[in-house]
Design a protein around this ligand. Structure first.
Ligand SMILES: [Zn+2]
Ligand SMILES: [Zn+2]
Length: 234
């Protein structure tokens, strides 16, 4: 699936100040230098470090695989991806969301060429948080993916029914507990159960949030659930 070339025009890179193309917030060298996850678990994208090349799954996924099938992060949650995501999330820098969303779309395109997923599902924010922040960063990323990959964004299918405290700073066990019962599916919002859904999130850490949603989707009969995110914490 070819991606449209980036629009021409002048802009400056948010990282180094060099001129960037079109609406892009990052110059080409800074794009190329974004932290990648080189050798990672086939299923959850956890960095496997210097593991033998035949090791395709992390310890956790080989023992107890998560309810989602694949996780595709743009890169590792380190400088400068970490700072870029923070600027999008906490300062509403949408030009960064557009640039990173476009790069993530380029990463996903070859995987979804022949059989694109049915829908993109941004991780919902609780209405109180949404009111406070004014936007949902996951929806902004999903919109970019939708624009470039021509996959529809579903809204209103998954709701956050309980406001959980921010996951940052919580232990893995506390994160899991924090999102238990936090989401519900509004099945009436969909005519038919989609076959293949991609959950879209900004940063994936312990996976507690995306696992909670993936679990609900699988229970509802969705055959394949992937996760696309800007950054994966290793
Ligand atoms: Zn730059
Ligand atoms: Zn894994």
């Amino acid at each position: 699936m070819p991606l449209p070339s980036i629009l021409s025009g002048a802009n400056s890179c948010v990282l180094c100040g060099a001129s960037a193309t079109g609406e892009f917030a990052l110059c080409a060298p800074c794009q190329a230098n974004l932290p990648r996850i080189e050798s990672s678990c086939l299923r959850c994208a956890l960095s496997l470090g210097p593991s033998p090349p035949n090791q395709r799954l992390c310890g956790q996924c080989s023992v107890a695989p998560p309810p989602f099938d694949r996780c595709y992060p743009l890169g590792d949650y380190v400088f400068p991806l970490r700072e870029l995501v923070a600027h999008l999330k906490f300062h509403g820098r949408f030009s960064i969301g557009r640039a990173l969303g476009h790069l993530l779309a380029q990463r996903l395109a070859p995987r979804y060429g022949a059989t694109p997923p049915d829908a993109l599902l941004p991780v919902p924010l609780h209405t109180a948080r949404l009111r406070m922040r004014g936007f949902n960063q996951s929806l902004e990323i999903a919109r970019q993916l939708s624009h470039h990959l021509h996959i529809p964004v579903v809204r209103g299918y998954c709701e956050r029914v309980r406001a959980s405290v921010p996951q940052r700073g919580l232990s893995a066990a506390a994160r899991k507990k924090n999102v238990q019962g936090a989401f519900r599916l509004v099945t009436e919002a969909m005519k038919n159960t989609p076959r293949h859904i991609v959950i879209v999130d900004d940063v994936v850490t312990t996976m507690a949030t995306v696992q909670a949603i993936a679990y609900l989707l699988k229970k509802e009969g969705v055959e394949r659930v992937d996760v696309a995110c800007l950054a994966r914490v290793s």
